[in-house]
Design a protein around this ligand. Structure first.
Ligand code: SF4
Length: 595
């Protein structure tokens, strides 16, 4: 039986609530967005007591469905001013799923004269809201080590770092990885870490000791679907197994991680380089997934058991696509950061023209330690470069700049932690790549129009994961590539946005999309597991569209209009080399996405 845990930080009390019948099918993003829309006034300040921080594991969390352990967090975003959901892997979704918790709603805020920091500990028998002042003000690598030592149950940990504790806008919500070696499982976008900080919470610790897996209502249907999906994922060249029958690398994600896209998008001329000034760059290969793969093999050979680099690693228990990695130091074989994702390698690498893999991995580690979203951090560093404060390509200067963010008295550090919009405006930059205040990810919208339509129109601010049309426009579904230059992309973006909202609610990782869109059996596997778990049939498109409508309505009440569903001016009037194209999707096409 799923239940809701409601925590009030004004008086540090908690209560359990039964899941209302009408919310039976809601989890993950559908749960967080519904609670935010129903319980948060869209016009109120995101960092005051009336905002809520909502946590929800996906529907299938804790079950044996493959790759279904994503965790959603939501609230009114301090970065965009609109509704926000961000999700990540890690241990917490599985822990909460087994604890039978559909959602945790954190509301209120300690009184102004209470300067303490708190953590929430949830286990089978108890909920504790504990003063943990010694957790605050320290780097997240130290924090997760400390918590892991205090709790011997390998707990799930999520929370906010020093950036969120200081209420800066680029504060992500971190999670620990399976081995607790890195606070790297980030629900990074939208500044939701600052919402946690505003409630004076550092960490939420979950322990599922003594709990069983949640039971599907229709075991047979669930199991049939699970087998279909496992097969589709394992067989697909993007999501599949490590090696083929001849021992050659097979699955793209397992071998090269998401950073396999670095070379692919560069080849397509859609890799944003030098703050979106160019679409191609000869440094891309040096920081690509293939480069990490080679480095791991090289250090394995050199350091044997002591080598810590890896690829084909899962970010949560039960992920069979396993796209994560650990980037080793060439000189020592020790891990610098785990993992290095494509969007991070792009933001901290290509977008700043930094082609030194060690510098990029070090920047990633600093973001993880501080509690920063890497996409926003990379775009922010690019603002300093665009303004001439440091040079494009200077990795060491970028590292020093990011380190400023540790210093609470540094004004530069505060700007670094505030995201691209604030930093760009403060530094007098006129090419600031943001939509609804959130900076663009790793695909230039000029040569790839569908993803531009998603950036402009998703309620989430510029966000590739909200409607990943790249799957159709670059990678091809069922062997067919939808022309990336075609401007009629409203239908494509809407379909992807709706399906994504459903997947984000199921708990499945979005990367199952490659296999389920290519393979009808895989798609059936996804829906059958969800329907089997719920014991009722859910329509993918209706479900996703409903979530989008709730989110759009919230944003409308917060003051957003169709003029906010646009890209920044320079994408319309600066042509991007090498294809020399601007973004020329007409406003009517953008407005047609949501009607
Ligand atoms: S495919 Fe990658 S991102 Fe997705 S759940 Fe698995 S390891 Fe995590």
């Amino acid at each position: 039986m799923s239940k809701i845990l409601r925590i009030n930080m004004t008086d540090q009390s908690h209560k359990w609530e039964n899941l209302p019948k009408k919310w039976k099918t809601l989890a993950g993003r559908a749960f967080t967005s519904t609670v935010v829309a129903e319980e948060v006034d869209p016009t109120f300040h995101p960092l005051r007591e009336h905002n809520k921080f909502v946590i929800s594991p996906g529907l299938l969390a804790g079950t044996t469905a493959p790759s279904s352990g994503r965790l959603s967090v939501g609230g009114k975003s301090p970065l965009t001013g609109g509704i926000k959901e961000a999700n990540a892997g890690g241990l917490t979704a599985t822990r909460l799923g087994k604890l039978g918790i559909r959602g945790i709603i954190i509301e209120g805020k300690p009184p102004e004269d209470d300067e303490n920091w708190y953590s929430i500990i949830v286990s089978k028998d108890k909920v504790e809201i504990k003063q943990t002042n010694d957790y605050a003000g320290i780097g997240l690598y130290d924090l997760i080590d400390k918590i892991w030592e205090e709790y011997d149950s390998r707990p799930g940990i999520i929370g906010t770092g020093i950036i969120g504790q200081r209420l800066h806008l680029n504060a992500g919500v971190f999670g620990n990885n399976i081995e607790n070696t890195d606070p790297s499982r980030y629900a990074g976008r939208g500044g939701l870490g600052a919402v946690l900080g505003s409630k004076r919470i550092v960490a939420i610790i979950s322990d599922d000791s003594g709990c069983d897996r949640p039971e599907p209502e229709d075991e047979e249907l669930f199991d049939t679907g699970r087998k279909k999906l496992v097969k589709a994922l394992n067989d697909h060249p993007v999501t599949g197994r490590l090696k083929d029958e001849d021992g050659a690398p097979y699955g793209g994600l397992k071998n090269y991680g998401t950073n396999i896209l670095q070379n692919i998008i560069n080849e397509a001329g859609g890799l944003p380089v030098r703050n979106f000034a160019k679409g191609q760059w000869d440094g891309a290969a040096k920081i690509s997934g293939e480069a990490v793969h080679e480095l791991v093999d090289e250090t394995d050979e050199k350091f044997g058991d002591k080598a810590e680099g890896t690829y084909g690693h899962p970010c949560h228990p039960g992920c069979i696509m396993a796209c994560s990695n650990a980037v080793p130091d060439r000189e020592t074989g020790k891990s610098i950061v785990a993992p290095l994702e494509y969007e991070t390698a792009w933001a901290l690498g290509s977008n700043c023209e930094i082609d030194n893999l060690k510098h990029v991995a070090t920047l990633n580690r600093l973001c993880n330690d501080l509690g920063l979203d890497t996409i926003e951090a990379g775009n922010t560093i690019a603002m300093f470069m665009e303004a001439g404060e440091i040079d494009f390509g200077d990795g060491e200067a970028a590292i020093e700049l990011l380190k400023e963010a540790y210093d609470p008295d540094s004004e530069t550090g505060a700007l670094v932690a505030s995201g691209a919009k604030v930093a760009g405006e403060a530094l007098g930059v006129d090419r600031i790549p943001v939509v609804k205040g959130q900076s663009l990810p790793a695909y230039d919208p000029r040569p790839i129009r569908g993803i531009g339509v998603t950036y402009a129109t998703t309620p989430m601010g510029a966000d590739h994961t909200a409607g990943y049309t790249i799957a159709a426009e670059i990678l091809g579904i069922k062997g067919e590539v939808t022309d990336p230059r075609e401007i009629k992309k409203a239908d494509l973006s809407r379909t992807f946005q709706a399906t994504t909202a459903y997947i984000d609610s199921s708990g499945y990782c979005l990367f199952i999309a490659f296999a389920i869109l290519d393979n009808d059996d895989g798609f059936a596997g996804m829906t059958e597991t969800v329907n089997g778990f719920l014991g009722t049939e859910v329509d993918v498109t209706d479900y996703g569209m409903h979530v989008l409508e709730i989110e759009r309505e919230f944003n409308k009440k917060a003051g957003f209009t169709k003029e906010d569903d646009r890209l920044p001016e320079f994408f319309y009037n600066e042509e991007l080399p090498p294809h020399n194209v601007a973004f020329d999707v007409p406003d009517e096409e953008l407005d047609a996405v949501h009607g």
